[in-house]
Design a protein. Sequence first.
Length: 251
Amino acid sequence: MPTIKNTIEPKSIGSATDPKGNVLAVDPERASRSCAFFRVEGTLIDRGALAASAYFASNAQGFTERAFRIGALALGAPLYGLLSQSDRTLATRAAYAALRHMSEDRVGELADEYYEDVLKERIYERGRELVKQAKRDKHRVVLVSESIEQVVSRLAAELSADDYVCNRLEYVRGEATGKLLDPVVGGHDGGAFVKRYAAEHAIDLTRSVGYAAYGADLLLLSSVGRPCAVNPDFALRAAARDAEWPVLEYR
């Protein structure tokens, strides 16, 4: 997983600098690098953070633990539904609260099972084709997902993606606290994640492609030179129409 810093220091794409930050030279090869950013939920799969958390909760060890986690999830589901329309970051945090006190090893086991039993069969075929086309076009394929690393790493391997940006659970003494480490993927900060990634990997965003499905991803799409709305919700569809972005439908 790439290192995500909390601040971005401006830098010239493909340039070398002295200790004071002055640009010394430009490397054309690095300057020509481009990415295809895929906001996973909605473009590659139809399952989000709540579906993953529900699977983890329903497969917890022991009846009492399962009942507790499912109950916690049931109480939080309406909140997730409400927040997902306004604050997807907080909604994503709420979705993973049900994993509190689950061991890191158990999270890993359930992530493998969730991917094999549920997620693998839910990958859109057209989404797979978009990823393959991006690689043929020599873009670096980067997945941006609100799911946790144990799940996204499997999806990235399946699709032969080059990298991914996703959420990470906080663990204390080998147990999940139910909290996500900052920065959290899932809200309106998609543009910031893309710009951080571009700065750290010398990516030319003007030549890069972006695919996303939700209104919360407007800033992500606005950050690249070639945005595309995929299976868009109402907000993104309206924005894509106004901006004259291409729209793909394949759900």
